[in-house]
Design a protein. Structure first.
Length: 173
């Protein structure tokens, strides 16, 4: 007859009993009888846990990468007013560079939008820009300004406004 204590004694159960260990003879006897955990499975479980950690790290890294790539495309859809990001075309950039030829000084790119800010932007720029400033608008012209130069057609149209010319025109009757 098998003793009930030897059946229920394994290294895992000993740990659950509050850390009370059995004499090494009992553990050795259990391994020989087949009741304990064989040494080869202990080594393979350590190897498996190493692969498990590697797998977890790879999956976690992949999820972080997907999140980082997808977030800029998903967050605009969650806004109250959803505006798509529409990058400038190569032709549009070429037209802007034509308008900037032979100019020096600072350049400010106000960015992407849908044209609703043009009336407010027109007033703000008129108040704050110096006489020698040039304003270049892509896709959406300023509603009350007359452009000095226009290049391109359709979505590639670029309008150039020289502040000195605009202010000179406004002063005329």
């Amino acid at each position: 007859m098998v003793e009930p204590t030897s059946v229920f004694r394994s290294p895992g159960n000993l740990a659950m009993e509050g850390g009370r260990g059995a004499p090494s003879e009992v553990l050795q006897e259990e391994r020989q009888c087949g009741h304990g955990v064989p040494p080869s499975s202990e080594a393979s479980s350590v190897k498996r846990s190493g692969w498990g950690l590697l797998f977890t790290g790879v999956v976690g890294g992949a999820l972080v990468a997907v999140y980082a790539v997808a977030t800029p495309f998903i967050t605009p859809a969650l806004r109250k007013i959803c505006l798509p990001f529409v990058p400038a075309t190569a032709k549009q950039i070429e037209n802007v560079m034509k308008m900037l030829r032979h100019r020096r000084g600072s350049l400010v790119d106000i960015g992407s939008g849908d044209g609703r800010v043009m009336p407010q932007l027109e007033k703000k720029l008129e108040q704050e820009l110096e006489e020698d400033a040039r304003v270049i608008a892509c896709r959406f012209p300023f509603p009350h300004w007359t452009p000095d130069h226009v290049v391109g057609a359709g979505v590639d149209t670029v309008w150039a406004y020289d502040m000195g010319t605009l202010r000179g025109r406004e002063k005329r009757p």
